[in-house]
Design a protein around this ligand. Structure first.
Ligand code: OGA
Ligand code: MN
Length: 288
C-alpha cells in the first residue's frame, strides 16, 4: 500500500498523514478511492501544497464544479476552480471569500441542483486561534438507526429542494421570491430522501440543506414539516456526529452524498482562510 489510513471513527472518518501529492499515479488514486469509500470523511495532515496541486488532486477524483457564487463573483482569477471560504476582506472592504465568520448550519453542498457534487476538499491556509470547527454527520449511520416503521415510510418520498432561497435565508442572485407561500410551488429539484450511494451501494439519508424552505413531494405541508423536523433531528443526533478541530496543514475531503456538515462561528477579529475545490457528482439515486 502506498497510502496508510488511520481510523478516526469506524466506517466514517479516516486520516492520511503524509499523502504523496507529488506522486499521484493510478495506484495511489485507486487506494485513495478505496479509502474514501470506506471513510466518507478523510482528514489529510501535514499538507504542504498550493492551489495547483489541490486542483490536480481534486481533478484525479472527477471533473471540477464551479459553485454558482464562484461564477458570479470570480473571487479567484488565477485559479477559478478554487472557491475561497473566508471572512477576509478585500482592500475595498468587500468580502474576499464566502461564509464569513458566522455559524454555518447543517447542509450538504449545492443540494439544490440536479447533480450535486460528490466531494468537497477544504484546505486550511490561515486559522483562528479557536472556533471555526467543522462537524460532519454520518448519513449511513443516521439511516441505519431509524426505526423500521420510519424506514418504510420514507420509501418513495422525495424532498422538493427549492432554488430561490439560499442556506443563509437570502434570495439567490438572479431569482425573485415567488408569490406562493407554499414552497412546493417554487422552482427547484426533487431528490429521494433515501439515497443509494453510487460507489458503496449503501443507503443513506439525503436531506440537502435549508430545512426551513423544504417540502415533500405530494405531501401536505403540515405533515411534511413534522416529518422533516424529525428527520433533521435524527440525522444530526450527536451519536452520528464527529468534529474536526483544524490544525495548520489540515485538509478535509468529504463525501457530499452521505454526510452533512456544519461549522462553528469564530472571532470576527481573527482571520480564517480556506481554499475549496469541488468534484462533480451524479444525480441522486433512490434506494428503493
Ligand atoms: C463549505 C463549508 C465549512 C467550513 O465549504 O462548503 O461548509 O468549515 N465550509 O468552512
Ligand atoms: Mn458546505
Amino acid at each position: 500500500m502506498r497510502i496508510a489510513v488511520k481510523e478516526v471513527v469506524p466506517a466514517f472518518v479516516g486520516q492520511i498523514d503524509d499523502f504523496p501529492f507529488e506522486a499521484m499515479d493510478e495506484r495511489v488514486i485507486g487506494e485513495l478511492r478505496a479509502a474514501w469509500t470506506a471513510y466518507p470523511i478523510l482528514r489529510f495532515r501535514n499538507v504542504a501544497i498550493g492551489d495547483r496541486e489541490q486542483i490536480a488532486f481534486s481533478h484525479a477524483l472527477g471533473r471540477p464544479v464551479l459553485h454558482p457564487r464562484q461564477l458570479q463573483q470570480g473571487k479567484n482569477e488565477e485559479f477559478p476552480e478554487i472557491l475561497v471560504i473566508s471572512n477576509k476582506k478585500k482592500a475595498d472592504g468587500t468580502a474576499a471569500g464566502d461564509l464569513g465568520d458566522g455559524e454555518v448550519n447543517w447542509h450538504t453542498d449545492t443540494w439544490f441542483v440536479e447533480r450535486p457534487p460528490s466531494a468537497a476538499i477544504l484546505r486550511a491556509i490561515e486559522l483562528p486561534q479557536e472556533g471555526g470547527n467543522t462537524y460532519f454527520a454520518n448519513m449511513y449511520a443516521a439511516y441505519a438507526a431509524l426505526p423500521a416503521s420510519l424506514k418504510s415510510r420514507l420509501v418513495g418520498l422525495s424532498i422538493h429542494h427549492q432554488t430561490v432561497i439560499d442556506g443563509r435565508g437570502e434570495v439567490r442572485l438572479g431569482m425573485t421570491r415567488p408569490a406562493s407561500p407554499n414552497y412546493a410551488d417554487w422552482p427547484g429539484v426533487d431528490h429521494p430522501i433515501l439515497r443509494r450511494h453510487a460507489q458503496s451501494g449503501k443507503t443513506g439519508l439525503y436531506l440537502g440543506g435549508s430545512r426551513k424552505h423544504q417540502s415533500i413531494v405530494g405531501m401536505a405541508q403540515d405533515e411534511a414539516s413534522l416529518l422533516l423536523d424529525e428527520l433533521w433531528a435524527r440525522a444530526t443526533d450527536s451519536a452520528h456526529v464527529w468534529g474536526q478541530e483544524w490544525r495548520p496543514g489540515d485538509m478535509m475531503m468529504w463525501d457530499n452524498r452521505c454526510a452533512l456538515h456544519r461549522r462553528d462561528p469564530f472571532d470576527p477579529g481573527a482571520i480564517r482562510l480556506m481554499h475549496r475545490t469541488t468534484v462533480e457528482g451524479e444525480r441522486p439515486m433512490a434506494a428503493w
